[in-house]
Design a protein around this ligand. Structure first.
Ligand code: PLP
Length: 389
């Protein structure tokens, strides 16, 4: 009999399953584990958004819709982006409603990249980017930002440019998972100018744009709308991870191509989730405020506890993660450190290496968890480390 291996696509064989989910699964069965592993808001979907979905069910919104998404929703997204980014997107041909940010990013790389194309990915970052680039045969060039407190500087970008001419695309995530770093307007303007002058297509992953703590969110799409594909959605802003609602906004010449792959992948997005999203964007713009206030408190708490324990942290200014450097006396092996934390301290975190170059020697802690859970986790880590010393 033929080995099952022979039936599998050779490129798929090469890639590994999501390192984050993989590690999470590996430690999940440990009894008494306090899990701070996943990027999953612990809040519930706002009540008025739920009610809109229930009305959608009652109205038999249970059919295939347009592949690009309901026009009413595309209009709601366009209004939202006009008000928050000051960009005019035409809902008819400059926008797609996607199955979360994940499908948005996948549809983008699958429809735009050719084998041999070069793509810059500043790291450490959300690990989905790596397989969706390499599966197309394109080259993923990881740009390690760890020496610059996890932001891409214009100097670093320039030196990358000198090494690799002819880069087609950059995927930049801000605020960033896993580092929580946000990019201020003046920095984005400098980076944007270099990218614009070099004709590098910008994919701006702004999934966490509503969750910034120390500064207003600013978008590259505001300065270079004709060269930017803006990706965002409601997973984090409205605690709707399981509803799978994302979107892409950008130039119609690209959207019309991405539209084809998007249609083949998903046909269209869940009808009822779209009803909920219309409500969230039209009438729930203040919903993230309460989440933001709560997350900020937790960030301050976790950062201060971790720093007291000797972890080095570049201040997370957005999202809901702390990316902490393991104190030198405990070595540099983040995978083993995280495994020990899970088994012995009973706290689940993700090893930094899962997020690409520059993540080695770090752990990611998600503070999208209750105060009680966070306090317990911090106490556990502290007493575990105290006993090691
Ligand atoms: N982009 C970033 C930076 C993320 O952290 C995530 C989710 O964790 C996504 C995209 C995917 O979002 P969604 O759950 O909407 O697919």
């Amino acid at each position: 009999a033929k080995s099952m291996e022979n039936y599998v696509n050779k490129d798929v064989k090469e890639i590994r399953p999501s390192a984050i989910r993989d590690f999470d699964m590996q430690i999940s069965s440990i009894p008494g584990l306090v899990k701070l592993t996943l990027g999953e808001p612990d809040f519930n979907v706002p009540e008025h958004v739920k009610q809109a979905a229930i009305r959608g069910i009652q109205a038999n919104d249970s059919h295939y819709g347009p592949a690009a998404g309901k026009l009413e929703l595309r209009k709601a997204v366009a209004n939202y982006l006009k008000d928050t980014r000051n960009v005019d997107y035409n809902p008819e041909d400059e926008m797609l409603i996607t199955n979360g940010g994940t499908e948005a990013l996948t549809a983008i790389t699958f429809s735009l990249l050719n084998p041999g194309d070069k793509v810059w990915v500043p790291t450490p970052v959300f690990s989905l980017y790596f397989p969706i680039i390499t599966l197309t045969g394109a080259e993923c060039i990881q740009v390690d930002t760890s020496a610059d407190d996890f932001v891409l500087t214009p100097e670093k970008l320039q030196s990358e440019l000198d090494q690799h001419g002819d880069v087609k695309m950059i995927i930049l995530n801000y605020p960033c998972n896993p580092t929580g770093r946000a990019y201020p307007e003046d920095l984005l303007r400098k980076l944007g100018k270099i990218l614009h002058d070099q004709n590098v297509l910008i994919v701006a992953d702004e999934m966490y744009s509503e969750l910034t703590y120390d500064q207003e969110h600013f978008s590259l799409a505001t300065i270079y709308p004709e060269q930017t594909l803006l990706v965002s959605g409601l997973s984090k802003s409205h605690a709707m991870t399981g509803w799978r609602l994302g979107y892409i906004a950008g130039p119609s010449a690209l959207i019309s191509q991405i539209y084809k792959i998007h249609g083949f992948l998903v046909t269209c997005v869940n009808d009822i989730a779209q009803d909920a999203a219309i409500e969230a964007l039209n009438n729930g713009r203040q919903d993230p405020d309460a989440f933001r206030a709560e997350y900020k408190k937790r960030r301050d708490y976790v950062v201060s506890r971790m720093e007291k324990m000797g972890f080095d942290i570049a201040t997370p200014e957005g999202a809901f993660y702390v990316f902490a450097k393991i104190p030198a006396q405990f070595g540099n092996d983040d995978f083993n450190f995280a495994l020990d934390l899970a088994k012995k301290a009973k706290v689940g975190v993700i090893p930094g290496s899962a997020f690409g170059a520059g993540g080695e020697g770090y752990i990611r802690i998600s503070y999208a968890a209750s105060d009680e859970k966070l306090a317990k986790a911090m106490d556990y880590i502290e007493s575990y480390l105290d006993n090691l010393e």
